[in-house]
Design a protein around this ligand. Sequence first.
Ligand SMILES: [Zn+2]
Length: 169
Amino acid sequence: MTVSLRELSEVDAGHLRRCVELAAAALEDGDEPFGSVLVDPNGEAVFEDRNRVSGGDRTRHPEFEIARWAAANMSPEDRALSTVYTSGEHCPMCSAAHAWVGLGPIIYATGTEQTREWYADWGIAPGPVSPLSIRQVAPGIDVRGPVEELVAEVRGLHARMLGITDRGR
Ligand SMILES: [Zn+2]
């Protein structure tokens, strides 16, 4: 269910904005526009990353890097109390990684279903992985998103990547 920035805390909103910034930076560098931040139980952003698939490894998603970083650097207890913020909802690979390492809640700016709809509207062929939601892949994770006010900006980044003049909707 779509949420508004007003329903989130200032802190949550700040982390989500950082994710969108990271997504824009990824796009500048020739990667796909996705960015994510890991926040530990003390509220500290301890790790962040953005998409890095342009080198040819299509698994270089920030949420996957976060899961592996958390497994290597945090206790299971801390992982369970950590939140992952992301510009675009986790794909099935990253949802599974998130669940397998026992991370806590996820807050995302835009959802997988939205992204799927944009790409369909733009006539882009679907990728090789089913666009399942986090809830479908890892039903135990507490998930919030998409966030109303951030959708247009993220959609704009995707349109730019694809060279599409987007009229919005
Ligand atoms: Zn992913």
